[in-house]
Write a protein that binds this ligand. Structure first.
Ligand SMILES: Nc1ncnc2c1ncn2[C@@H]1O[C@H](COP(=O)(O)OP(=O)(O)O)[C@@H](O)[C@H]1O
Ligand SMILES: [Mg+2]
Length: 207
């Protein structure tokens, strides 16, 4: 199985790259942000609690997101692998992910971190906010708060994977296709391209 932790601050391009990666590698995309927003739309108890925190740019408690990931893994037992997007966001979440994947006889293959400077993140998220309908994208102060939470609470998750020699980082500023090609090059080292679609992918990257 190929299990990718796609990492980086809000606005780094995780969702954008995930959409391209799932098509190429046949992975299941698990975005805790998307799962939480679905709970909010459905008006569940969990969604109501999460919304208050998310609107403030704060993290939802570890046990809530771990529970969501746990059920998503059980719901997708046949998957070729997963992209974890927006998760793990704390070191305890990273440790829990290892435990959960071990129960499914697998583990994290690697982490790819997209590095983007704060001014570019603010610019991108204000732009995304025009159409995303996300309340947390619509005001600069909230965006900066999320970047601060990332820097103080989330950035250390990179160290967790660096210790396991699973950490890779890329410049997330540049053409979406170029960044995608760089991520594919990293993934193909972890999982040799064998299927027809991934062979083509490797050829395109080389071309
Ligand atoms: N390489 C890039 N260059 C310019 N804009 C980008 C790039 N990658 C993503 N974006 C834009 O930045 C915004 C945030 O991207 P998104 O994938 O939603 O980030 P994340 O999921 O990491 O928060 C989106 O509006 C997206 O279109
Ligand atoms: Mg996203």
């Amino acid at each position: 199985m190929l299990n990718l932790v796609l990492f980086g601050p809000p606005g780094a391009g995780k969702g954008t790259q995930s959409q391209k990666l799932i098509a190429r590698y046949n992975l299941v995309h698990l975005s805790t942000g998307d799962l939480l927003r679905a709970q909010i739309t459905q008006g569940t108890e969990l969604g109501l609690r999460a919304k208050k925190l998310m609107d403030e740019g704060l993290l939802v408690p570890d046990e809530v997101v771990i529970g969501m990931i746990n059920s998503a893994l059980s719901d997708n037992k046949q998957a070729a692998g997963f992209i974890f997007d927006g998760f793990p966001r704390t070191v305890p979440q990273a440790a829990s992910l290892d435990q959960l994947l071990a129960q499914h006889d697998t583990g994290v293959s690697c982490m790819v971190a997209l590095e983007v400077a704060e001014e570019e993140l603010v610019k991108r998220l204000l732009e995304r906010g025009k159409t995303s309908g996300r309340p947390d994208d619509q005001n600069e102060e909230k965006i900066r708060k999320r970047v601060t939470v990332y820097n103080t609470e989330t950035a250390q998750v990179a160290g967790y994977y660096a210790e396991q020699q699973k950490f890779h980082s890329l410049n997330g500023i540049g053409a979406i296709e170029d960044i995608f090609a760089q991520i594919c090059a990293i993934l193909d080292k972890h999982q040799p391209a064998t299927t027809e679609s991934s062979r083509q992918a490797t050829d395109e990257v080389k071309a």
